[in-house]
Design a protein around this ligand. Structure first.
Ligand code: DAH
Length: 347
């Protein structure tokens, strides 16, 4: 093997032994750098006679090309190894099934409230919402609740350990009835002096709170308050409105509505509203779904309206009860557990 063949072999083995690009560049310098072995050979050419210089020069250049070829091959190999390492580190398993986006849906109670709102809106009722933290006056006093009425007691009502700016105790509203007061007072103020006073026709859905918990009671539940006041609004109208609600909501004509005498401080007379389906799984059973009554004159006065001119009725619907009847749910607690196995059935 002549000296050039040896030189090529030495370069090839040095390049192959370089484990990183940096070390490969060091090896390159030993052969092709300014003081490298190939450069030294080329410098030595000057001392040779012309003919020899030509052949030897051509041979050295051949060897240089081989060495450069080996260098480039090793550079490529190192770059590819580096790339493979990186690809492996960032490996993507394209056979994994994709992540499914869960289909969200409205809660059955929200759906129920939306349906009831639409039905009342079609009968000309406004929809109003109000605060869940209320004053004593709104929750009880304005609604003609005597100071010693049991609904005020600690057993039923969640009191908030805090007073408002006027020093009134606050509570988590135990019913949506304070919304009658809030809405009617705004109505009265806005229409002060207008003759005749325009009718009040509103429903107010929302959360209410009571110290109570079992299969049919939850400390938080939903009511839909209703109020219709005018110059000549009577129980007969309530009956018509309520029957329309039941017919539209449950999508059936096969039912009866019954008004059962009852007591509420804010209405006189008062009635519980029961419904009975003629067919279906609940056929034949009277089901209590709302409280109602003719609005008490004291309450109309607290609205800032004239009880001689404005009469009408109010009602409080159990929204959760409507949802349970429509969807065939028998335990109220299921509604508020947040269990996806239950909720996804309504998706
Ligand atoms: N607020 C009553 C309750 O929570 C329900 C009720 C009864 C509302 C009669 C009314 C009404 O508006 O007139 O038990």
């Amino acid at each position: 093997m002549n000296d050039l063949a040896q030189l090529i072999a030495a370069a090839e083995s040095d390049f192959a032994a370089a484990p990183t690009p940096a070390e490969l560049e060091n090896a390159k310098a030993r052969f092709l750098g300014k003081a490298g072995r190939v450069t030294e050979l080329l410098k030595a050419l000057g001392a040779l006679p012309l003919e020899e210089k030509k052949t030897r020069g051509a041979e050295i250049n051949q060897a240089k090309l081989r060495i450069e070829g080996a260098l480039n091959a090793r550079r490529d190999a190192l770059a590819e190894a580096e790339l493979n390492k990186q690809l492996q580190a960032e490996a993507l398993d394209v056979t994994l099934p994709g992540r499914q986006r869960g289909g969200g849906s409205l809660h059955p109670v929200s759906r129920t409230i939306e349906r009831i709102e639409a039905i009342f809106a079609s009968m000309g009722f406004d929809v109003a919402e109000g605060p869940e933290i209320e004053t004593d006056w709104m929750s009880f006093t304005a609604l003609n609740n005597p100071e010693n009425h049991p609904a005020r007691s600690m057993q039923d009502t969640f009191y908030v350990d805090m007073k408002d700016e006027q020093g009134r105790w606050l509570n988590l509203r135990p019913h949506t009835s304070p919304m009658q007061v809030r809405y009617a007072r705004i109505h009265a103020a806005r229409n002060a002096g207008v003759k005749p006073m325009p009718e009040v026709r509103v429903i107010a859905p929302g959360r209410v709170f009571r110290v109570d918990s079992d299969a049919t009671h939850s400390p938080m539940f939903h009511q839909i308050e209703g109020l219709w006041l005018g110059e000549n609004v009577s129980f007969k109208d309530l009956k018509v409105v309520f029957a329309a609600l039941v017919r539209e909501f449950f999508e059936t004509d096969d039912f009866d509505v019954r008004f059962r005498p009852s007591f509420f401080p804010f209405t006189e007379p008062s009635a519980e509203i029961d419904i009975r389906f003629g067919s279906g799984p609940l056929a034949g059973k009277w089901l209590e779904v709302a409280g109602s009554g003719q609005v008490h004159p004291n309450v109309v006065r607290n609205f800032g309206l004239d009880p001689e001119a404005q009469i009408g009725f109010a009602f409080g619907i159990g929204a959760d009860r409507f949802a349970m009847l429509r969807y065939g749910i028998d335990d109220l607690r299921l509604m508020f557990d947040g269990d996806l196995r239950f909720l996804s059935q309504f998706a």
